[in-house]
Design a protein around this ligand. Structure first.
Ligand SMILES: *Cc1c(COP(=O)(O)O)cnc(C)c1O
Length: 449
């Protein structure tokens, strides 16, 4: 098997996600034969550093021996059993551990991030119905928020490109201003912006709380919006407002969870307790699809009844799959075996230094980092240069040529690497990122191709 035959077969029968397939005529998908640590290998032995952790899911590198051996062991014991009417050790242990980590007592499982969003929305509205407030069935989210792409999740996702074609199918939630720290006026701090955004939320809740079940947000970093970062004080204020107006707070930690933001969970930077936490992506260390929604005893108790219809009658065939739960347990064990957050803080300082020449490039605006996420806005009109369309895809191709996987969101270049980098691979990532930027911005290079 070689690269080109794999590409050809893929394009004949595979419909790739989030892709205008015709684009693949000129930019074919990269065929990957194997992965190890921070590297992806193609069928001809060329390797690429996975700078975005394979869509933000990988934590400790590919093929981690501890997760692999846990999965092998689990496969020998129990591959799968339905979770309705049955239970098993991996799901029990995982639920116990997630409860201890978050302070929320009950875990409900799905397979993808979007299904976690669906579960949280349904649970919140059903809670209010069981509590005698069926009118509290609407949701509010932040401008630019992203919570997945199933029809229900799109209702709380404020990214027009993903939503437009399906507008007639969607029950659209309200949006309130994002506390995006880049909105700071001269002399303002990120906390000032957060305060302004919280006032917007307050005005909205004042008017609409009686019909509102929940506020859903991505804590600290709105990743899909382009690594929008904001001050923790927004979460404190949002929690207080949700309490005052009797509205649930759903924190979507699907991208930010498991150390990405610098703390185990991003909302912990504000010392708040949410009503619901959505987890996925890093939950299994990037090995198998699994999502979880954690909630409070109070929510759980509102469903606990003799009447069947007051229960949460939601399910997926693979809810609580033992292999996926075991991968999640092995991932949590890696957090216990070493001080991952402290190690990441040191690694992040190494990367800050490695990225310094990129951060200082004259096209870069709003260089920022939180935890293990770096982002830079690329201003293509720097020093009188002429911006051209398609920065993100042009950059991604140059990055691949440099042996790094980096896929900007619009003009936001970002890195979200696995926690498994060392000094050499950090240098490779940073040098590749800068070389790809120079190549992308070099107009002379490209007007002839
Ligand atoms: C990726 C993501 C989702 C959706 O998860 P899928 O597994 O892709 O359905 C939801 N919310 C956030 C914050 C995400 O980053």
């Amino acid at each position: 098997m070689n690269n080109s035959s794999m590409i050809e077969r893929s394009l004949r029968h595979v419909w790739h996600p989030c892709t205008q397939m015709k684009r693949h005529e000129s930019q074919p998908p990269a065929p990957i034969a194997k992965a190890e640590g921070v590297w992806l290998y193609d069928f001809e032995g060329r390797r690429y550093l996975d700078g975005i952790s394979s869509w933000w899911v990988n934590l400790f590198g590919h093929g981690h021996p501890h997760i692999k051996s846990a999965l092998r062991d689990q496969l020998e014991q129990l591959d799968h059993v339905m979770l309705a009417g049955f239970t098993h050790a991996p799901v029990v242990e995982l639920s116990e551990r997630l409860s201890a980590l978050t302070g929320l007592g009950h875990a409900f499982y799905g397979s993808d991030g979007a299904s976690a969003t669906e579960i949280a929305l349904k649970m919140s509205a059903h809670y209010w119905r069981n509590a005698g407030h069926p009118e509290k069935s609407h949701f509010v989210g932040l401008a630019g928020g992203y919570h997945g792409e199933t029809v229900g999740a799109l209702g709380v996702t404020d990214i027009a490109l993903f939503r437009e074609a399906y507008a007639p199918l969607i029950r659209l939630a309200a949006t309130v201003p994002s506390p995006d720290a880049r909105g700071a006026q001269p002399g303002e701090s990120a906390a000032d912006v957060a305060h302004r955004a919280a006032s917007g939320l307050e005005r909205w809740l004042e008017q609409h709380h009686a019909q509102t079940a929940a506020l859903i947000l991505e804590p600290m970093i709105q990743c899909a919006a382009g690594m929008v970062m904001y001050d923790a004080s927004y979460l404190t204020q949002a929690r207080a407002l949700c309490d005052r107006y009797q509205v649930h707070l759903i924190v979507d930690e699907i991208a930010t969870g498991f150390g990405r933001s610098g703390t185990m969970f991003a909302h912990q930077q504000a010392d708040i307790l949410p009503d619901f936490i959505c987890l996925s992506k890093g939950l299994t260390g990037g090995t198998l699809p699994l999502s979880a929604v954690l909630t409070t005893d109070a929510v759980y108790q509102a469903f606990y009844d003799d009447e069947v219809a007051r229960g949460f009658l939601h399910s997926h065939s693979y809810t609580g799959n033992p292999l996926a739960c075991r991968a999640a347990l092995a991932t949590l064990e890696l957090f216990e075996q070493s001080d991952v957050l402290a190690d990441n803080a040191a690694l992040a300082r190494t990367l800050d230094q490695a990225f310094a020449p990129l951060t200082q490039h004259p096209s870069v605006r709003h260089a920022r980092r939180r935890g293990m996420i770096w982002a830079w806005e690329i201003d293509e009109s720097f020093e009188g240069a002429t911006p051209r369309p398609g920065f993100a895809s042009r950059y991604a191709q140059h990055a691949m040529a440099q042996g790094v996987v980096l896929r900007p969101i619009g003009n936001t270049l970002y890195a979200m690497p696995p926690y498994a980098l060392d000094a050499d691979t950090a240098a490779h990532l940073a040098q590749g990122a800068l070389a790809a930027l120079r190549a992308t911005l070099d107009v002379k290079d490209e007007t002839h191709d």
